[in-house]
Design a protein around this ligand. Sequence first.
Ligand code: GLN
Length: 452
Amino acid sequence: ITSYDLTQQTLAALKETDQKVNGFLALNEEKALATAKAIDEKGIDPDNILAGIPIAIKDNIMTKDLKTTAASKILENFVPVYDATVMQKLYDKDLVVVGKTNMDEFAMGGSTENSAFKTTKNPWNLTKVPGGSSGGSAAVVSAGMVPVALGSDTGGSIRQPASFTGIVGMKPTYGRVSRWGLIAFGSSLDEIGPMTRSVKDNAAVLNVIAGHDVHDGTTVDQPVPDFTAGIDQGVAGLKIGLPKEYLGEGVQAEVKDAILAAADKFRELGATVEEVSLPHSQYGVAAYYIISSSEASSNLQRFDGIRYGVRTQNAKNLDDVYVNSRTEGFGPEVKRRIMLGMYSLSAGYYDAYFKKAAQVRTLMKQDFENVFKDYDLIMGPVAPTTAYGIGEDVTDPLTMYAGDVLSVPVNMAGLPGLSLPAGFAKGLPIGMQLIGQPFAETTIYKAGYAFE
Ligand code: GLN
């Protein structure tokens, strides 16, 4: 099959399926077909297994000449003048971008219901959320519309939607993938990663997007291994820790059972699985929401109606431009986070909130370091529950935040975490999380591949 035919068939099929799922915010039809044609004319490199493969991109990743909204009204008309580093890397390897996917506004949320534009449905059950914030990317991969999508993960936004939709999602080590051109949320936590249907596909895409970038000073200047090499080596001799806090209160019985069954499977495959403890994980949600909102309140100052996006029609002076553009442009969850972040950074409250949260973050990091003295990997659920109903949690932000308890520690410590399918409950997928030491994505992929 030519790349052109593949792209054309992919677009035709996904347009049909997406009428039900609502995963895409925008399609990139003309350019995708032109790119595919150019790839065919140039000739497909037989060593490049990703040549001509269609990919979908979360709408907070900058795509030159293709609208990038972060699912916010304030960026409704925003067309970037440059590509994110990851995009350039995908183009260099001849992947074909078919469209931009729905998400929670500015990646704030866990269900994609905070999008200003549409509600994405879970392909397994159209009355359920696909998770979030990368819910559009998860849904379009899960429904078979594309084999690969990119997401971003600040506190679980790749792993939790992967878990809710039964796909594979990797949040790489902080510094592994360039954030240049990712619309910043919590800069010390954000990471871009691949969402796919299989572990090996995932590793192949990370091969493409990983690496040092002069435009992002937090990327690490370290050689990138081939993440697919030796992926089939198995887990014999591997030591895996299962934190008792990850199977505690609030974790749905079916989720717990699936993870215990997964632990048994790892034992059968020759690994050791033992109970460990991450004693500070109970403070993770509180500390995460202070740190991520503080960083967001600073990052989102640039959206003022002047430089990017939509400017209010309703202004008599400069102050009106700022205030009314932001009042009209941001949704309720984004405003809530900006207020929380500004408050915890303000002079009178900094010590009580931001500083405390930063200290808790250090303790959480040490928890992981202690376990990794004796173990190669940590396993557990990605989320306490399977996908919930559309409309069920969105009116109650604290319930929604509580669902992040098992995913945020990984971002707080900058570690790599993989979500992969580990069972079903009432027709809905259950996700397992494999957490590794910094830059140990290869170990995680090996274990994921052996389990799959
Ligand atoms: N659900 C979390 C939040 O709302 C995580 C979001 C993310 O990882 N982008 O902040």
